[in-house]
Ligand binder design. Sequence first.
Ligand code: ARG
Length: 285
Amino acid sequence: MTSTADRTTAPARRRPRALPAAACAAALLLAAGCGSDGGGPGEAKGGVPVVEQGKLTTCTHLPYPPFQSERDGRVVGFDVALVDLVAEDLGVEQKILDTPFENFKTGAFLNSGECDLAAAGMTITDERKKNVDFSLPYFDATQALLASKKSGAASLADVKARTLRLGAQAGTTGESHAKSQGLDPVAFESSDAVLNGLRTGQVDAVVIDYPVVQGWLKDPATADAFRLAEDIETGEQYGFSVKKGNDALRAAIDKALRDAKADGTYDKLYEEWIGPLPASAKDAS
Ligand code: ARG
């Protein structure tokens, strides 16, 4: 099953509050997307409505390895592989659009009919549940504090006590966690920008999902300069989101997740993209 990367333009991504219509226009340039191509909206197997006939259109925010990132012009990752299973069940092909992260909280691109679902290493939160419906949880996550060795930052509390400079990705649970601890992190637009902020010394430490840090630390240059200072147990779980009330698609996603857990596909993909499977992942619904 293949996935295509139909990215919106860089300027659209830098404008976190870009209106759906603007990003839609940007996507049009590359993808003739927005449901206007191939006969517009349609239905997949089982009468599941889709915004573009023959496709399952996923909104994401790149890059977020190991969940979604570009490799040789294709978007690949754990989320991508799981959503491919849903697409396969529905007899359609997954198509991926890169959209501003803000979108995931408001559900704007789901409501405007640009995407069928969002998959972005996204944590299920009560606040987001007001605007979108979530699938079953598919991944347990924690936050990590990655600090420059030079700063000697040992924990979030230490960053606060010593008024070190902290960074986070705008609109993420890492950012809200830091705020809940009385910190005021510099907000970066993407995970790339977070790492860059650390590398260029704009900040001394960053808080971001643990699996992302785990991936970054595989790069010797990163491991040389920075260290995992704290693993912060926030008890987060990732879910895929659909437009409120889109029960048909939500049920199809849940079925694909349940089947993948039952037949070992989930474990195989977890090991391929994340690493050794923790006991908790085996039991997770
Ligand atoms: N899990 C965090 C959240 O939901 C971060 C997700 C960031 N995802 C991304 N594709 N950049 O807020």
